[in-house]
Design a protein around this ligand. Structure first.
Ligand code: FAD
Length: 471
């Protein structure tokens, strides 16, 4: 039987729980929770996997909440049972960060309603995806200012890591553009937080790796969206000229989005590309004017005009290819970091000398995109001190699931993260590598004490989001 009655399940869970065995029914939670609870093999196996396909931690059960009240009630119940809890959005973590071994997984994708759309904001359930938000807002000529490169991620899953994408260069992270959140804390309290109300909770949820609360609903800022964008692919002979243009474009901001990629060249070595875009309008400056002074090879330039949605959804073609050839379902040992401008040549140059194309896999790439530090304001987002930083990511898409090879790539991630960190760089914590509690303390640096104090206050029993193993 795929789905069991929750009362039967909760009795089963309580019988194997470490605390207060057999107390579930007496606690009254089965009647308080409206959603379904599953503990069948297919549901538990799915909840024990993610896009990384590297870490597998099986929960005791999966809650499919029907309301935010379910989320808070389940947290209170889990607390009494001593069970840990992980919210799961779209399971696009790559290293088990949305898992809870022997605990409870909350399938937030069950809560995906878009509640209210106004000219400057939209109120959405945290399980909705960015794709779903855009489907609602773009017909009104509106969009959130920052959109991840991949649209199939949940609002909650990206707000707790930050959320980098189109718009970050001007508007920061997605977590910098949330106006308010309804959350359930680890103590089971439902609180609406914003910069004006419960501000400390608001600050510790945004990019806070799910340590203090589960996000149930978010009010996201909206801005006018262009109908179309003009996109250019620019190709470079070497790393130095690509970097020169990244600096130039970051300074003059002539494009809304500038994304750098370093790819294995067909004849060996590396090739360097910038993907730049600006809103398309009848009155816009001609291409030649806007591309003037750049160091790319003009004979290789490619320009297209496409709808804003097609531009934002530009990874869907690659997703289709990878689903078709099976690579979507193989392990993805990605490493995402930030490196400061002062050390970018040294660190990336060294990485390019060490990496072989097989370390990235077919369709894999290194992305390197400049971000002004000042645009990012979420207190728990960790960036280098430099005014200009780069998102420096190894998007590995191996053509193998061989455990030895994947283990080697994870060790390689660890070594590269060490070199990034030694150079003053930081981790974007959506990466596949083991992290000790000391590593996390180092990662958060001066912000660690603030996060720890918030953890003690809002999640005193340390129930939430055990997959990061921070506390
Ligand atoms: C194909 C792909 C493309 C990506 N592109 C980008 C990109 O362009 N920009 C970028 O910044 N990142 C990107 N990422 C990384 C991605 O943003 C993170 O891995 C994100 O956490 C995944 O979101 P999810 O909805 O799949 O969450 P899950 O993997 O389900 O969860 C991620 C984390 O969030 C927690 N969580 C989920 N929902 C909630 C909630 N409602 N409240 C509290 N905690 C919650 C989970 O417990 C877990 O710790 C990409 C990842 C993939 C696989």
């Amino acid at each position: 039987m795929e789905t069991n009655r929750r009362s039967v399940l909760l009795a089963g869970v309580a019988a194997t729980a470490t605390h207060a065995p057999g107390a579930a029914l007496a606690d009254g939670i089965p009647t308080a929770i409206e959603g379904q609870i599953r503990h069948d093999d297919p549901a538990c196996a799915a909840a024990a996997d993610d896009f990384g396909h590297i870490v597998h931690q099986r929960p005791k059960c999966i809650l499919q909440p029907r309301s935010s009240g379910d989320v808070a009630a389940a947290i209170r119940w889990a607390s009494r049972q001593g069970l840990r809890i992980a919210a799961q959005g779209q399971r696009h973590s790559v290293y088990g960060r949305a898992m809870a071994r022997d605990g409870i997984v909350m399938e937030m994708s069950r809560l995906r309603t878009i509640h209210d759309l106004q000219d400057d904001r939209v109120v959405v359930d945290a399980g909705a995806t960015w794709h779903e938000i855009l489907a609602e807002t773009l017909p009104h000529g509106l969009a959130p200012p920052v959109i991840t490169d991949y649209l199939g991620l949940s609002i909650g899953g990206t707000l707790i890591v930050g959320g980098v994408g189109s718009g970050t260069q001007r508007h920061g992270l997605q977590s910098d553009n949330v106006l308010a959140m309804d959350v359930a804390t680890g103590a089971g309290h439902e609180i609406t937080c914003s910069a004006q109300s419960h501000a400390e909770l608001f600050d510790m949820v945004r990019a806070g790796l799910g340590q203090v609360a589960v996000i149930m609903r978010a009010t996201l800022k909206l801005v006018p969206a262009p109908r179309q964008v003009r996109r250019h692919l620019l190709f470079y002979a070497d790393f130095a000229s690509m970097l020169r243009d990244q600096r130039l474009l970051a300074a003059d901001a002539r494009f809304d989005t500038v994304a750098g990629a370093i790819l294995a060249a067909p004849k060996g070595g590396w090739s360097f590309r910038l993907d730049v875009a600006r809103p398309h309008a009848a009155s816009m400056a001609p291409d030649e004017a806007v591309l003037a002074g750049l160091s790319d090879d003009p004979s290789r330039r490619q320009a297209t005009t496409l709808s804003y949605f097609d531009y934002l959804n530009r990874l869907s073609g690659l997703e289709k290819v990878l689903r078709g050839n099976g690579q979507w379902f193989l392990p993805h040992p990605w490493l995402m970091t930030f490196i400061g401008d002062a050390r970018v040549e040294a660190v990336v140059g060294d990485a390019l000398a060490r990496l072989a194309p097989t370390d990235l896999g077919p369709f894999g790439q290194i992305s390197l995109s400049a971000l002004p530090r000042r645009s990012i304001t979420s207190p728990l987002a960790r960036l280098p001190a430099d005014d200009l930083c780069y998102a420096f990511n190894l998007v590995r898409i191996p053509a193998t699931g061989d455990a030895g090879e994947i283990g080697r790539l994870i060790e390689d991630n660890r070594a590269l993260y060490g070199r990034v960190s030694d150079a003053g760089g930081t981790l974007y914590p959506v990466s596949a590598l083991p992290m000790t509690q000391d590593d996390w303390r180092h990662h958060f640096g001066p912000a660690f004490d603030r996060l720890r104090a918030a953890k003690r206050k809002f999640d005193p029993a340390n129930l939430l989001t055990p997959g990061y193993a921070i506390f």
